[in-house]
Design a protein around this ligand. Structure first.
Ligand SMILES: [Zn+2]
Length: 344
């Protein structure tokens, strides 16, 4: 039975969220204003609430907290609009665009802030009196903690990188939430699961939620420049699987074609110097320690750097943009699990 530390099963009843009341068996868009800008425009979050006809938990679906990762926003919107309250036990609340100014400007972080960090995803639990990105984080965090029993957050690679595969962040914090979070990961059917300690993800929405008893995972696939079919399907399949696992949707999670691998670390290989980038691998490739992954050459044709794998592992994302500046991400990969990891 699904039960969080925060809330018991919601009974079949009207959902009160902000000023809106959504009766059981109905779906509705709810607008939540999170600020008034200097030009008098209002910053608004648009939530789609699907209140099922039968009792059950509430699943929160979210996209676009990184405003340049828009494939997840599209999949969350489409899936939410397809859900029929008569097929739902509990509720689904979808927030396709959780960082409106970043989304509109196709930028990772909030565009309403001229100093300080802009990456809303790293500013949780937020601060109601802080910078705008901190206020936005606070508003989203409060909504989730008041209404949700489990959370899926859709991300992708950005406009300069591509992920030909899929993976999920599964935060672990030595709490009773871990087992339920871990089950979300396995139920999702995502091929590669990365279990990271929440202390390594401090400030991330998903980790801060897990620490407060709300199981939460991040699904990653695709790129910021195109909605690839495989990535779109990854979001849809994993969300449907988790909804079935929680008994919000009827049926069992789909059997996966391939077995899932659980990793316990991620490695980001960044360009030491700028130049043209040629990559020799794709997302999903298994590589060996010392294997050449990418080469950086300068505009005079000289090799500046050969990036090799520091370990055996699996490549998740590669640089797709022709060039890199110093420090830009070239390869994102996960070290192969050790036998100890498997036993855990
Ligand atoms: Zn992201």
């Amino acid at each position: 039975m699904f039960l969080t530390n925060q809330r018991k099963w919601i009974s079949v009843s009207t959902i009160n969220i902000s000023q809106a009341q959504i009766p059981e068996g109905e779906s509705e868009w709810v607008e939540i204003d999170v600020g008034v800008d200097s030009d008098l425009s209002t910053v608004t979050l648009h939530l789609y609430v699907i209140n099922g006809e039968r009792e059950g938990p509430t699943l929160w679906l979210q996209g676009g907290i990184h405003g340049n990762e828009q494939g997840g926003s599209l999949a969350v919107r489409d899936l939410a609009l397809e859900l029929d309250p008569s097929e739902i036990s509990g509720a689904v609340i979808a927030l396709p665009v959780s960082n409106p100014s970043g989304f509109a400007n196709k930028r990772r972080g909030s565009q309403i802030n001229h100093v300080g960090p802009r990456d809303v995803n790293s500013l949780f639990p937020g601060d109601p009196d802080g910078t705008f990105p901190e206020r936005l984080a606070d508003e989203i965090f409060s909504l989730i903690r008041s209404h949700a029993d489990a959370v899926i957050n859709a991300h992708s690679a950005d406009g300069e990188t591509i992920m030909h595969t899929e993976f999920a962040y599964v935060p672990m914090s030595d709490t009773t939430t871990d087992e339920r979070t871990s089950k979300l990961g396995s139920a999702s059917g995502i091929t590669h699961l990365v279990e990271l300690d929440t202390t390594e993800m401090s400030g991330w929405m998903t980790a801060e939620l897990v620490e407060r008893g709300i199981p939460s995972i991040i699904v990653e696939s695709g790129s910021g420049t195109h909605v690839y079919e495989w990535a779109y399907e990854t979001y849809r399949r994993s969300i449907q699987n988790v909804a079935r696992h929680l008994d919000i949707l009827d049926g069992k999670p789909e059997e996966t074609d391939s077995s899932q691998t659980v990793y316990s670390d991620l490695v980001f290989l960044n360009a030491g110097e700028g130049g043209f980038v040629e990559t020799f691998v794709r997302g999903g490739d298994e590589v060996e320690s010392g294997e050449s992954l990418a080469e950086i050459t300068d505009l005079k044709g000289r090799q500046r750097e050969l990036i090799t794998s520091p370990c055996d592992g699996t490549v998740f994302a590669i640089r797709s943009f022709p060039t890199a500046r110093p420090g830009d991400l070239v390869i994102e990969m996960a070290p192969a699990p050790t036998p100890t990891d498997d036993a855990e």
